[in-house]
Design a protein around this ligand. Structure first.
Ligand code: ZN
Length: 106
């Protein structure tokens, strides 16, 4: 019985870690250049004829995506593990920092 519990726990933990590193994504601010480029690409790929963007998706006063008149929605997402890390001097050991990040996300 205990063995099954333990196995279940480890399975859940493994799946969670996998999700955290490979699936969890955050919204990233989009520059106007990027926005224009992405929209042009969308029009090219889908044959969309909209002459302008329907609305902009914002979060924390930053543009993170757009919505087209055709219903297409784009938001810039990046894997958490791909986030650009600012070089920062810290006395916290890396393993502890990772554990703290995991706690915050729970
Ligand atoms: Zn469109």
């Amino acid at each position: 019985m205990l063995l099954y519990l333990l196995l279940g726990f480890w399975l859940a933990f493994t799946v969670y870690c996998f999700w955290f590193f490979f699936m969890a994504k955050t919204l990233q601010p989009l520059t106007w250049d990027n926005l224009a480029l992405t929209w042009r690409l969308h029009k090219q790929q889908t044959g969309c004829t909209a002459s302008r963007v329907h609305s902009l998706l914002t979060r924390n006063d930053e543009v993170v995506g757009f919505k087209c008149w055709c219903g297409y929605e784009f938001s810039q997402r990046r894997l958490i593990t791909q986030r650009v890390l600012k070089p920062r001097v810290s006395k916290t050991p890396l393993s502890l920092k990772v554990a703290m990040t995991l706690e915050e996300k729970r």
